[in-house]
Design a binder for this molecule. Sequence first.
Ligand SMILES: [Zn+2]
Length: 295
Amino acid sequence: MKITLLGTGTPAPSLRRQSSGYLFDLGGDVIVMDHGPGAHNRLLEAGYKATDVTHLFLTHYHYDHIMDYPRLVLTRWDHGADSVPPLRVFGPSPLRELTDRLIGEHGAFAWDIAARVKSPASLAVYQARGGGTERPRPAPDLREVSTGDAVEGCGWTVTVGPARHVQPHLACQAYRLATDGTSVVYSGDNGGVYEPFIEFASGCDVLIHMNHFLSGTELTADYRRMTGSHLDVAETARRAGARMLVLTHLLPQLDQPGVKERMVAEMAAIYDGPIVVGEDLMTVPLAPAERRPAD
Ligand SMILES: [Zn+2]
């Protein structure tokens, strides 16, 4: 398994950090989790195309996690012609309604889709890409999932777990990907020290967790409960027994010189495993780096 961080930012405007996106290359299947604005550009920069992605898992429907979702679906449909199977998409309810409002008969992209399906010029492009005489509408294979569900792939399983964020306004969940002896948990957006999540992440090899801000600078106690901050994330990783912690969903304030170093030092006093501060396009090491004094 190869893990690439596509977007390690937040809704805050940033050229350094795009919004949420994670790619798991499993040899045959290519899984993407979340696809916020800019994540698709990073996917291209990482050497992948929309047609390479086989499965998409969405944690919740904040725009910084889904704005590139229609881009992925439409690009895959447009460039895949008849040669790729429909993208398999998993997420909490209302995945079907949300997708319908984007690409359904009355969705935001209905006019675009009608033109590409009916215009002779567009049909010529479609046929040049290997399509037949009739062009079907985009039809991703959708499945709404919630805590306790499992999705089986070729040599891997994704289970769905709890995350505490902005319920009941949005359903929010986490995922655990297990394959050939390695398990990776992605928190989605999860805040505070949340017991059900700790249980879900127990014993994972890699924990990719939202680390939005510095604990102690929260606006309100509620804000801290629903949004990951550094001391709570360290405590979560320690209690879950995660073998490695990858920090993501980082506000620009955390990139100021000195702040990141102080943050990691404070976290290391709580959690004694390796702490990786995520960056866009970083490949996550699946084992702690060797110390090689000659390098
Ligand atoms: Zn969110």
